[in-house]
Design a protein around this ligand. Structure first.
Ligand SMILES: [Mn+2]
Length: 314
């Protein structure tokens, strides 16, 4: 599968590497690592992300500035990184093949070639194994991108299905030139003031349910505007609520600019992917999400809490 995927990438005339909308370090790091490997192999490659504004904490990644938000006119291959559904790519259907590289339990296997390893904690690990299986030399650039991908999707080694393989890979990446201290300080120690103010809003407005085991926060447009926060500042902010000693599940409901709501579910152990699936979303056991069109966020919140209660009772 790794060999077949790499072969298809080498056969392509022009590949577009797509990271998912509202990108994180895993999707961007995986895409940029593949960009490095494929351009080193002499291939014509374009980086694409549908979001006009990319999170700036990843701006240190090599070739970050080359990510475009428009698609080239002609391409024959799409390489999807860290996307569980075709919808996450935000590209039109067309006459091209797809190599689907992912690690989500809920992946829809939409690729011509699917390289989906659902017990890996990041897409970065899948890319690493793909390059290794094809004996591709790991450059410092590539190692830094993959280290960022793996570190970011585990909250810098706090959560996710980490095992000996995760650390064996990370160790190899450090040997190849990735600098853990530098990457950690670039990603984790350059928060916007607006994001810190958003934490302040969250800590003053969250609710507890079910004996303090479920924590919820609703961000409406007004609360975002009041702090000056951008949508990407809300990413993973709900993890702080999950870290409360008695909390087992934390839920964020975010009102989108364009209307509708984005719901992020986090747990210590409970399978929140099954809640997300019930609303046609997806994700992992302890981190999942979904979107809904117009609704009353408080009614939705109560409905989700009820669903969790029922699932726990089973
Ligand atoms: Mn990921």
């Amino acid at each position: 599968m790794y060999k077949q995927a790499w072969k298809r990438m080498l056969e392509a005339k022009h590949s577009v590497i797509v990271s998912h909308v509202h990108p994180d370090g895993d999707t961007l790091g995986s895409a940029l690592a593949l960009y490095d490997a494929l351009t080193n192999a002499g291939k014509k490659v374009t980086l694409y992300n549908a979001s006009k504004e990319l999170p700036l904490c990843y701006d240190f990644l090599p070739n970050f500035a080359k990510i475009k938000y428009t698609l080239p006119k002609e391409f024959d291959l799409v390489i999807s990184c860290d996307c569980s559904t075709f919808d996450r790519l935000k590209i039109p259907q067309g006459n091209y093949d797809i190599v689907n590289i992912d690690h989500h339990l809920t992946n829809h296997y939409f690729g011509t070639i699917d390289v989906v390893i659902d017990h890996f904690s990041s897409a970065g690990m899948v890319v690493y194994e793909l390059l290794k299986a094809n004996d591709i030399l790991m450059s410092k650039t590539c190692a830094s991108c993959l280290y960022t991908a793996i570190a970011d999707d585990t909250g810098f080694f706090l959560y996710g299905d980490m095992d000996a393989l995760t650390f064996a890979i990370v160790s190899q990446l450090v040997k190849c030139g990735a600098n853990p201290k530098e990457i950690a300080s670039k990603v984790k120690r350059r928060e916007s003031l607006a994001k810190i103010r958003l934490y302040g809003y969250m800590l003053n407005h969250f609710d507890l349910h079910e004996n303090g085991t479920i924590a919820t926060i609703i961000f409406d447009k007004a609360s975002l505007e009041a702090t000056g926060a951008k949508r990407h500042d809300t990413k993973n902010i709900v993890n702080m609520l999950r870290s409360i000693v008695n909390v087992t599940i934390a839920i964020m409901i975010l009102e989108e600019k364009e209307g509708g709501y984005k719901i992020s579910l986090r747990s210590k152990d409970f399978n929140v992917a099954q809640i997300a699936l019930a609303y046609h979303g997806g994700g992992h056991k302890t981190a999942a999400g979904f979107e809904v069109a117009l609704c009353d966020p408080t009614i939705l919140r109560n409905e989700i809490v009820e669903k969790i209660k029922r699932m726990k009772a089973l």
